[in-house]
Design a protein around this ligand. Structure first.
Ligand SMILES: Cc1cc2nc3c(=O)[nH]c(=O)nc-3n(C[C@H](O)[C@H](O)[C@H](O)COP(=O)(O)O)c2cc1C
Length: 334
């Protein structure tokens, strides 16, 4: 038993020494110094009673720092506070003023998203009716490596043969430039008519958007890409699920050249979109084959499209984009 007590005592002594050594390590210096200065202020307050109030205030200040340091080393939430008691608060302080420091001192004229500093400055200047004129000339470093720009030619170049501006997708020869998905409902009937007329005249396709095919998409006869989102508009069963028969009937429409399955959208990550019931009326109800209740769009998970499809589609799309990029590079070089 005596042996065990000796060992325990030796261990205790060792721990005590380790703690003492720790106190004089550089990272513990603020805590140790605060403790020593608090002690010194206390002694000074008793030695020089005329200065008692000054030394008492000094003591309280350092005692608070000691309390802060002791709290830092005993808490387990922030490793940096535990390792660098008191001093590490500087890090949090600096971090809290980081945005201001960046904005006032370090941010370049062209830094900042979505609007760079110089654009924001113009907005502020105009709002305050201050001078908002800028000299001509760019502030970008146009001589830096990999700086890219579009250059117009002084004389019109010979138009490229139209077949070089197309890409074969299955049996459909698609234009490289088309109309991206914007649903009827998000756009008015006249906007849909105008876009589809443009597609018809220019020989490119018009993506319906996930709202499905409306009567206005059909009036001008321009090529359509039917986009299907998880609302299944155009192939929606009464219970809101996927209706294969409706899908087959709609897909056979000769105006519909391709079908796009919209798995997700960057603009609505994880949230989906809400189509208020009040908007699901008349032709909108017709084209979406919806019952008029409030619909949540792409958040609802796809029941019919297996995730493996997504990977296959993704790979195929990546291949197609690579091919198109090579084509465009070849065209550019020629
Ligand atoms: C009014 C409007 C409606 C849209 N509706 C859809 C849609 O139904 N499905 C879809 O995939 N994208 C939709 N989009 C996204 C566009 O197809 C396009 O990807 C997006 O606007 C980015 O292209 P931009 O930078 O040329 O505007 C819509 C965009 C707008 C402005």
């Amino acid at each position: 038993m005596a042996g065990l007590a000796d060992v325990m005592q030796a261990k205790g002594d060792q721990h005590g020494k380790t703690h003492m050594r720790l106190l004089f390590q550089f990272r513990f210096l603020p805590l140790t110094l605060s403790a020593l200065l608090a002690l010194a202020a206390l002694v000074a307050a008793t030695v020089w009673p005329d200065w008692a109030s000054f030394f008492t205030c000094t003591f309280v200040g350092f005692a608070m720092l000691v309390a802060l340091g002791l709290h830092d080393i005993s808490q387990t939430r922030h490793a940096v506070l535990r390792n660098y008691p008191i001093a590490a608060h500087l890090r949090f302080l600096l971090e809290s003023v980081r945005p201001e420091m960046r904005q006032y001192f370090f941010e370049g004229e062209k830094d900042g998203a979505p609007f760079p500093r110089d654009k924001r400055a113009i907005v502020y200047q105009r709002a305050k009716k201050e001078l908002d004129k800028r000299p001509f000339g760019t502030m970008y470093d146009v001589y830096q490596e990999q700086y890219e720009w579009l250059h117009h030619s002084l004389a019109p170049s010979a138009p490229l043969p139209i077949d070089q501006m197309r890409v074969q997708i299955g049996t459909y020869s698609a234009s490289l430039l088309n109309i991206s998905a914007m649903s009827y409902g998000a756009l008015s009937a006249n906007a849909i008519r105008a876009l589809n007329k443009g597609a018809q005249a220019g020989g490119f396709f018009h993506d319906t958007g996930e709202g499905g095919v409306s009567p206005y998409h059909r009036e001008q006869g321009g090529d359509l890409v039917w986009e299907i989102g998880s609302g299944y508009f155009g192939c929606r069963a009464a219970d809101g699920g996927f209706d294969p028969a409706k899908f087959a009937a709609n897909a056979a429409d000769p105006q519909i050249k391709m079908i796009e399955v919209k798995l997700s959208q960057g603009a609505k990550p994880g949230h989906g979109g809400v189509l208020p019931a009040a908007k699901v009326t008349g032709n909108r109800r017709h084209s979406r084959r919806a019952d008029g209740s409030r619909l949540r769009l792409p958040r609802q998970p796809f029941g019919v499209f297996h995730p493996h499809w997504a990977f296959a589609l993704h790979r195929a799309a990546a291949r197609s984009v690579r091919r198109q990029a090579h084509r465009l590079q070849a065209l550019h070089r020629a």
